[in-house]
Write a protein of this length. Structure first.
Ligand SMILES: [Fe+2]
Length: 209
């Protein structure tokens, strides 16, 4: 049996730089009937824990530490006695939500996470956030893109700790070279494909300009 992908949509507020925006987040669960990982435990622990069920939770993996992607991570991790993994460059953002708690493990570019016999390769893709990471699962034909790449182009870079040239470089160097048919499973909104986003490459506008 290969890993399957479950999706839970949770709702809450994204807060940064003194602003607050109501958002829906895609929470991804990758695994089989016995074990799984959660990618981006945002907003609401209960529906995430319900989707995990009795399975062993190997880790809560955070693509980045904006509050809407991590604010249910501690409750989910504690309920399942699982670690939280995050790229260390996310520390300043992480501490806004969790000033008294550190992540349990560090994500690194090239690291491979194996769940239910399926490998997910960590791609460090800074720009939306300094330690933003994507997870590429070649056997599943998917990349979990967090807020780095959406249906329609790059993630937002208008707020603190973001940088537009950096996100363009990350997407161009690390994501667009993936197989074109790769499904891009995003942190918000509908999925897309590498081919669809590569075709729009010349139309990306600089949201910071
Ligand atoms: Fe974000």
């Amino acid at each position: 049996m290969t890993a399957r992908i479950d999706k839970v949509i949770t709702s809450g507020a994204f807060e940064l730089d003194g602003g607050s925006w109501d958002v829906d987040n895609n929470v991804w669960i990758v695994g089989d009937d016995s074990e799984c990982i959660v990618i981006d435990a945002g907003h609401e622990a209960a529906p995430i824990l319900e989707a995990i069920g009795e399975r062993t939770l190997l880790a809560v993996v955070s693509t980045h530490a904006h509050n809407d992607h991590v604010n249910a991570a501690a409750e989910v991790a504690d309920a399942k006695q699982a670690p939280i993994w995050l790229h260390p460059d996310e520390a300043p953002l992480w501490q806004m939500t969790y000033p008294d708690r550190a992540p349990d493990g560090a994500l690194a570019h090239g690291q491979v996470i194996t769940v239910a016999g399926t490998d997910l390769q960590v791609l460090h893709t800074p720009g939306h956030a300094p330690g933003a990471c994507c997870l590429h699962a070649p056997e599943l034909g998917v990349v979990f893109s967090g807020d780095t790449l959406f249906n329609g182009g790059p993630g937002a870079t208008g707020r603190s700790f973001s940088d537009y040239p950096t996100i363009v470089e990350s997407i161009s160097d690390k994501l667009l070279p993936l197989p074109p048919e790769t499904r891009v499973l995003t942190g918000h909104g509908p999925e897309t494909t590498i081919a669809a986003e590569a075709a729009l490459r010349g139309e990306w506008a600089d949201p910071g300009s």
